[in-house]
Design a protein around this ligand. Structure first.
Ligand code: CP
Ligand code: NVA
Length: 305
């Protein structure tokens, strides 16, 4: 592994190895602190969009591992505007040992990796959110004891988080169901790719438009915002379409008794998820957010130690 751009690029064994490492690093940290595997190393963090979890968890992960992170706000670098993506990669990689970037166009993070002399980590693009995906898989593994054979249902917008969950879960042998409004479905070519992964792993992928049918006997129900960063102008029209896809107490009734409810956060309470569910007994939202820290430590160690 030289860069970490999309779960599509990782083998099942590589994902499982990262999960094992994340569990080890989490245990080590809970037992008193991590060894300084990244002592003296620095991570440049380039942001084109806002963030709480990604920014703070990467910063803390570097500190816990003995290194340092440098936050570069959207106004500083102005990736591709003030300077080309290629030149940013060439220059930044002369100063730091790794780059984490949150971008709009996925091609920008791919280009950063192409022209960087140091590892590049995708901290969210319009297409995918693989760091979130690793934290999600870690959380599912902790809560259910396995990923292969369980049913993971995503309800809502067919976005970056949905695509990533679909790829990761399909690679690890889960039964994935995705329920979206027809006009916000995951693109057919990505579904076909996930179906290929599922055929290799013993999992399956089902694409639906009915959220009630989708959640039947689910072990995991996952949702995300109806309007992702960069789509703000569409917020009003999306609010007209998505209400039947709200994750609420009524929807949960059709799922398994041990179902866990997941959301990458930030949540728009009262829209894609109700308070009752977000704060209810099935919710694992904040364990999931914590796991960003542990999952990303594994990625950093793998790429930079
Ligand atoms: N889930 C997630 O990536 O959160 P932030 O946008 O706050 O980083
Ligand atoms: N789909 C959301 C995820 C935020 C972490 C977005 O891209 O805005």
């Amino acid at each position: 592994m030289r860069h970490f751009l999309s779960l599509v690029d990782l083998t099942r064994a590589e994902i499982e190895h990262l999960l094992d490492l994340a569990i080890e690093l989490k245990e080590e940290w809970k037992a008193g602190g991590n060894t300084r595997q990244l002592g003296g190393k620095t991570l440049g963090m380039v942001f084109q969009k806002p963030s709480l979890r990604t920014r703070v968890s990467f910063d803390m992960a570097m500190i816990h591992l003995g290194g340092q992170a440098l936050f570069l706000s959207p106004n500083e670098i102005r990736l591709g505007e003030r300077e080309s993506v290629a030149d940013v990669a060439r220059v930044l990689s002369r100063y730091v040992d790794g780059i984490m970037a949150r971008v709009f166009a996925h091609d920008d993070v791919v280009d950063l990796a192409r022209y960087s002399a140091v590892p590049v980590i995708n901290g969210l693009s319009d297409t995918s959110h693989p760091c979130q995906g690793m934290a999600d898989l870690l959380t599912i593994l902790e809560k259910h004891g396995r990923i292969a054979g369980i049913k993971i249902t995503y309800v809502g917008d067919g976005n970056n988080v949905a695509r990533t969950l679909m790829f990761g879960a399909a690679k690890l042998g889960a039964h994935v169901a995705i329920a979206t409004p027809p006009q916000y479905a995951i693109e057919a070519q990505y579904v076909a790719l996930a179906e290929q992964f599922a055929a290799e792993s013993g999992g399956s992928v089902a694409v639906l438009t009915d959220p009630i049918a989708a959640v039947a006997d689910s072990d995991v129900i996952y949702t995300d915002t109806w309007t992702s960063m960069g789509q703000e102008e569409e917020a009003a029209s999306r609010r007209q379409v998505f209400p039947p896809y709200q994750v609420n107490q009524a929807l949960l009734r059709g799922s398994g008794a041990k179902v866990i409810v997941m959301h990458c956060l930030p949540a728009h309470r009262g829209e894609e998820i109700t308070d009752e569910v977000a704060d209810g007994v099935h919710s694992v939202l904040f364990d999931q957010a914590e796991n960003r820290l542990h999952a990303q430590k594994a990625i950093l160690v793998e790429l930079m130690a």
